[in-house]
Ligand binder design. Structure first.
Ligand SMILES: [Zn+2]
Length: 53
């Protein structure tokens, strides 16, 4: 079983999943690919901020 990880390109903001770390962005071809951070934690923070108003 191969686990896919999410990545995003900092140059063009292209998001994609790979089971290995890509050296180049498949969209723009730059070396600005980084692991994407899960947005679920950010959503929880926003909820808390809205409750505090
Ligand atoms: Zn890109």
């Amino acid at each position: 079983m191969v686990e896919k990880k999410k990545y995003r390109c900092a140059a063009c903001n292209w998001k994609f999943s790979r089971n290995y770390k890509p050296g180049l962005c498949p969209y723009c071809g730059r070396e600005s690919v980084e692991e994407a951070i899960d947005n679920s934690a950010t959503g929880m923070v926003k909820e808390v901020e809205e409750l505090g108003k």
